[in-house]
Ligand binder design. Structure first.
Ligand code: SAM
Length: 506
């Protein structure tokens, strides 16, 4: 008789050994991160509650690795209930040892590319349970085969995947014809799809082609797993078209079985909501969101400047002096939010920020011949940049003059672009001529507001107070969440933040 607990013990040893033989960057690149067994078991345990009781199981894992889910399956179900089990693994580094490890079991492990495999035609040969932690390969690494995969995804699941979709979206789509009707599928995927544009087609599939049962996300504060998994979502669906009044269970925090938050959201609401990560902590939006004033009604939001190489272009006054460079070829720039501990930045008589860590960004728009002729020290400094390969960096290479910064005016209002915790974003009132890097967003008052600001000196202060009163949750709801609970807001998203506080003020 096969002793599954002993196989699992060996599997963990093998997994650690095989991971150790690969560089972390390579595993990152190819999306090879195994599911911790505790999580695999929790996912399978929860799946047993969703599945119909009794009946035989036909199991498929399209991205098998060494078989964390197959192992968890065998610890949850007796071997007699498992009628068939199939796995796909493209990488022989994991596939060959896994095949050997599970050789005494029912498992049929195919060491080939799942995206090229032909699904069974007959329903009886399909699977009623698909569980998968697909490779998290980002779109720019899906080389040469994107169009083919898009066409396949469309014919398999009626999904028109955007070119920005990661490989995991294709896995989900291509698994569709492998799942029996009424079969259950569980996916451990990056939660990013819930909020970003490329996720719309995945969400469309989940709302129209199948019955989405549940989406669970972990709270980054209860760190049970590493960063990559903390920003993941686990979703379960049934291969059946949904009823019109179907409700999807959203759970967050705690454990899968005992989440800290739980809400059921109607599919109709989900179809209209761009940001699914607002659930279940926030509920559905009851007010017509078009009637609420937004920040974009008062400000034009832009990114801060991307220098291409902050280490080369941004300097302290002492460094500028040490290199014999002229201040007039620099403009002041605020330090990154981590090093800025004030909400209001005051200025000296030249418009430079009064800060203990003053910084300046090189911003010269003169052609190189002129620099060579008129500013020999700047020329020498630029040559040092050439030796360091700065002009070959992506942003610099794409500029007319590699050392000239974007023309972006300073503003009185900045917002941090990234942050953690309950109130991850801060607004800064700037009285100086300092610009900001792309670790901030810039808010330029619309002309009508600018006019008021010019005539009413205190208004800027009132505006910054009102901006900083916007609840953290209102901002987080518009943004996106990354690994380790990191929140980001793109310019458009900041523009969509409700600005009731500003409307009241004005
Ligand atoms: C995120 S890992 C998950 C492994 C395992 N199922 C687990 O949960 O621990 C994804 C696995 O898919 C494999 N993989 C990547 N592309 C594949 C493809 N096109 N076909 C089959 N397997 C693939 C990788 O080699 C990797 O072992």
């Amino acid at each position: 008789m096969v002793k599954f607990s002993e196989i699992e013990r060996q599997r963990q040893v093998i997994q650690a050994k095989l991971d150790g033989l690969k560089a972390k960057e390579e595993r990152n690149f190819t999306g090879q991160f195994s599911t911790p067994i505790v999580l695999a078991k929790a996912i399978i345990q929860h799946t047993t509650k969703i599945m119909p009781q009794g009946g035989k199981i036909r199991f498929l894992d399209p991205a098998f690795g060494t078989g964390a889910f197959f192992s968890a399956l065998n610890s949850a179900f007796s071997a007699t209930r498992i009628e068939a089990a199939t796995g796909y693994e493209i990488d022989p580094h994991y596939g060959i040892p896994a095949k050997k490890l599970w050789s005494e079991t029912i498992l049929d492990l195919q060491l080939t590319d799942f995206t090229k495999a032909i699904p069974p035609i007959d329903d009886k040969n399909k699977f009623n349970l698909i569980i998968c932690n697909p490779p998290y390969v980002r779109h720019h690494h899906i080389n040469g085969q994107k169009e083919q995969l898009q066409a396949k995804a469309f014919s398999a699941a009626n999904i028109k995947l955007s070119g920005l979709s990661g490989l995991y979206c294709y896995f989900m789509a291509l698994s569709h014809p492998w799942l029996k009707s009424n079969g259950i599928s569980g996916w451990l995927v990056p939660s990013e799809f819930m909020d970003v544009n490329y996720g719309q087609s995945v969400k469309h599939y989940l709302l129209n082609e199948v019955t989405l049962l549940q989406i669970h996300r972990f709270d980054p504060k209860d760190v049970q797993f590493d960063d990559a998994l903390v920003s993941s979502a686990i979703l379960w669906f049934k291969n059946k078209k949904p009823k019109v009044n179907h409700r999807v269970k959203f759970t967050y925090g705690g454990t899968i079985d005992q989440p800290a938050h739980e809400k059921e959201i109607r599919v109709k609401v989900l179809a209209d909501e761009k940001k699914w990560t607002r659930f279940p902590v926030s509920g559905e939006r009851f007010i017509n969101s078009n009637s609420i004033p937004k920040l974009k009604d008062f400000f034009t939001v832009k990114r801060g400047i991307a220098t291409g190489d902050n280490g080369f272009f941004i300097m302290s006054p002492e460094e500028i002096q040490r290199q014999n460079l002229l201040r007039e070829q620099f403009r002041p720039i605020l330090p990154s939010p981590r090093y800025l501990d004030v909400t209001e930045v005051n200025a000296d008589e030249k418009g430079n920020p009064i800060l203990k860590n003053q910084l300046f960004v090189l911003d010269c728009k003169l052609p190189i011949d002129e620099v060579k002729r008129d500013y020999p020290y700047l020329y020498i400094y630029l040559q040092k940049g050439v030796a360091r390969g700065v002009p070959d960096r992506y942003l610099c290479k794409n500029r007319k003059i590699w050392y000239a910064q974007e023309t972006r005016l300073e503003s009185s209002f900045y917002c941090t672009y990234i942050g953690r915790g309950r109130k991850p974003f801060r607004f800064i009132l700037n009285h100086s001529k300092a610009i900001v890097s792309n670790s901030y967003l810039i808010l330029y008052p619309k002309p009508f507001l600018e006019k008021d600001i010019v005539t009413n000196a205190i208004l800027k202060v009132r505006i910054i107070e009102a901006l900083n009163q916007i609840p953290g949750k209102a901002m987080v709801d518009e943004g996106r969440v990354y690994g380790g609970g990191m929140h980001k807001l793109e310019p458009k998203e900041l523009g969509n933040v409700p600005a009731i506080e500003i409307a009241n003020l004005l």
